[in-house]
Design a protein around this ligand. Sequence first.
Ligand code: ATP
Length: 450
Amino acid sequence: MTNDPVDQNVSEPAAPDPAVMDRIVNLCKRRGIIFPSAEIYGGFRSTYDYGPIGVLMLRNVKDAWWRTMVQLRTDVLGLDASILSPPAVWEASGHLANFSDPLVDCTACKQRFRQDHLDDLSRCPGCGARDSFTEARQFNLMFKTHAGPVEESAAVAYLRPETAQGMFINFANVLNTSRKKPPFGIAQVGKSFRNEITPGNFVFRTREFEQMELEFFVPPDEAGQWYEYWCRERFDWYVRHGIAPAKLRLRAHDADELSHYSSGTSDVEFLFPWGWGELEGIANRGNYDLTQHATHSGADLSYFDQESKTRYVPHVIEPAAGATRSMMAFLIAAYDEEEVNGETRTVLRLHHRIAPFKVAVLPLSKKAPLVELSRQVLADIQPRWMADYDETQAIGRRYRRQDEIGTPYCVTVDFDSLEDRAVTVRERDSMAQERVPIDRLVAYLGERLI
Ligand code: ATP
């Protein structure tokens, strides 16, 4: 394999602590971050709902990605393609034939496993039986449904198992309407569905999840350098958004892991409490995807370069990330417990762009003049940032509640505020407090929340 960036695993971080996962799952439930789906009906396997705090955080993860990948660039355009698509798309992409996992059943306990996840092929990890597995069967991971009222084969549709194909089949549409030329990319964020055999580890692997994918189309002779560029860029994105480099690594796939059309794939991996797990794959896909769709659809998906007077099918570099899985990594990386005055403080040290609320406005008491002034302060903040407002309980308890959901700044309005027109701003990580004039507050926060 060529052009694979060097592994960036710096020093080995401390051994993962599986117990921490229980505390995070508990925090998610308790604070309205993530709930198990259909809980009042006993739950529905491995599906989750994002609560009032979680929906903000997930949206922030997606927005942070979009900001980096689309907003701050001139060579990437956005797209929002349909989730339902006809079999022809998946025939061309190879998913109908190949998007499957090898499944084995234990004849003793009837449990089902992914063969490639078993450490020992002769011993069932469920019941311990020896040589009890059936032959492996290929199980297609796509969800199949029917469009329209008739369940006939002509009406078969699939829920997309990745967002990528939407970009490929719109390549010509985007090219013809945008005045871009390779190298340029199409970015998309949205839901994908895979009938995973072994979902688990909370939202790490679910059947319904969100992805953030870029298809970057390049002249064939530039593919190697863009592959390296995107590997570094994507690794750095997680670091810039608050994950310590020691908890991340870029792992190049071995030759036997690569798909036949890929000349290089690297995964950005995060050290989850149970070990290293993939957050994102960056693949040098050659011209496989556009060629497949051109062949199957008959559409011309080549590009004619006016300058060099040559026609070529662009090569594709694909950084494909999970939004829900990344959110979980951000949560784990940010989770901290520390002793403060003999008590344990739980704090999510989230990057401010990922934090659900940027600011919380807290009147020291529920007395009318304080509440009124607090509402005015809140009204200054709300058009700019997502802000929480809380007037219940003692101030110390309210700070702790905000720490637990990672709010970077608490703004306390006290009785002095009525006189000096200033508020106390408390910073989450250091707990340092500073008096800031109300008419300076938006500028003060603006300098820190960019
Ligand atoms: P895995 O090996 O974990 O099944 P993959 O290599 O099949 O993942 P890709 O097809 O490269 O994954 O998808 C890109 C990203 O989408 C993954 O890195 C991951 O973050 C996310 N993703 C894939 N499958 C799931 C899932 N079932 N649940 C949550 N996120 C997922």
